[in-house]
Write a protein that binds this ligand. Structure first.
Ligand code: ATP
Ligand code: FE
Length: 372
């Protein structure tokens, strides 16, 4: 099997070619972070235009780098949700055009399932069932993966995801957002004292596996305001040692508590998961925030102490990428789950399925009663 994967659900345009045995033949990502950093977040219309501008090149490069043409592919996988429908549409249209020309089946992929399943490409011993923590810009999920396409949701966020909290904090601290808020904040936090501010840990009184980051965001904002730190991006003030130190302290303290919340929830999720599926051996941690070194180190402790093994994909496979989409496409394709090729002459305005809101699996209802 040779699968092309296309990803345009948010602000990265990505494509990759992956073989059924897990060989990555090519991997191309075109990021809009630089563009979007100037606008305080993802503006759907602008993101759509940016995807449209590069999608043909990105896919062509993925094929060229793999030294293949559309004729060599077995099928095309594309993210159909969740995400911004304007953006998803760009990827799906491209996938359908290509699949029409080369008469290829299409696999519609769930973006968060792809974040989880890419771990099986990295760790070939990773069998179902396994537990996964998915942490990104829009999601904070703890899921028990039973098999391909079958998930039990142990926890989710009741407001913001951790990546969103990293991004906001970085913006408020006036960091350079061109590389993305998360990486900038992680870097600054290295210089700070993580115990300098006692932010309170979210949701301690709720004995469940859900998350909340809105309250921590507010605490950070108040800390910044009370220290009279300017929230403008200002390289001169960042060069001022006292000011830089003060920002670094906030960054480090935020990160400590944001990640402590993950640690506590994971600990409980491992207990729950082992009760439901005593055979689980792995915790997968994936999604953009999983590329953070501090996050990886702290969670590896939690996992070690519980006797499980941690699988955390390399950073380039944690943030949005085409490989995870291609691989998830392969997992479904091998189970016979795909759509027939679209007609070669499909009109531009043909109808097709997008799933901008698409929950991953069933909610765990037992969790609610155990929470009391
Ligand atoms: P979702 O997967 O929920 O649809 P997304 O696809 O936009 O959201 P990803 O690319 O999976 O998100 O992850 C991006 C998020 O990860 C951003 O919020 C970004 O700040 C965060 N992130 C990336 N690198 C780091 C890092 N080193 N430390 C902390 N956060 C990071
Ligand atoms: Fe993502």
């Amino acid at each position: 099997v040779i699968m092309l994967g296309i990803e345009t659900s948010c602000d990265d345009t990505a494509a990759a070619v992956v073989r059924g045995n897990g060989d990555i033949l090519s991997q191309v990502v075109s990021s809009q972070a630089d563009l979007l950093s100037r606008y305080g977040g993802v503006a759907p219309k602008m993101a759509e235009e940016a995807h449209s501008l590069v999608i043909d090149q990105v896919v062509q490069r993925a094929l060229d780098d793999a030294k293949l043409t559309g004729n060599d592919l077995s099928a095309v996988a594309v993210t159909i949700g969740p995400g911004l429908s304007l953006c998803l549409r760009v990827g799906v249209q491209k996938a359908r055009r290509l699949a029409g020309v080369f008469n290829l089946p299409i696999v519609g992929v769930h973006h968060m399932e792809a974040h989880a399943l890419v771990a099986r490409l990295i760790e070939r011993n990773l069998q179902f069932p396994f537990l996964a923590l998915l942490i990104s810009g829009g999601h904070n999920l703890l899921i028990l993966a039973h098999k391909v396409g079958h998930y039990l949701q142990l926890g989710t966020t009741i407001d913001d995801a951790i990546g969103e909290a990293y991004d906001k904090t970085a913006r408020w601290l006036g960091l350079d957002m061109r590389k993305g808020g998360g990486p900038a904040l992680e870097e600054l936090a290295l210089e700070g004292d993580a115990n300098s501010i006692n932010f309170s840990i979210p949701m301690r009184q709720h004995k469940d596996c859900n998350f909340s980051y809105a309250g921590l965001k507010t605490q950070v904002r108040l800390a910044i305001e009370s220290r009279k730190i300017s929230m403008e991006h200002n390289p001169i003030s960042l060069a001022n040692l006292d000011d830089r130190r003060s920002r670094a302290d906030i960054a480090a303290s935020f990160q400590r508590v944001a990640v402590l919340h993950l640690e506590e929830r994971c600990q409980r999720a491992i207990e729950w998961a082992l009760k439901i599926e005593p055979s689980i051996k792995y915790l997968v941690v994936s999604g953009g925030v999983a590329s953070n070194k501090y996050v990886r180190a702290r969670l590896s402790h939690v996992v070690e102490n519980s006797g499980l093994e941690l699988v955390c994909p390399p950073p380039s496979l944690c943030t949005d990428n085409g490989v995870m989409v291609a691989w998830t496409g392969i997992e479904h394709f091998l189970l016979g789950r795909f759509d027939p090729p679209p007609p070669a002459d499909e009109p531009e305005d043909a109808m097709f399925e997008l799933r901008p809101r698409w929950p991953l699996g069933e909610e765990y209802s037992q969790g609610k009663s155990e929470a009391r």
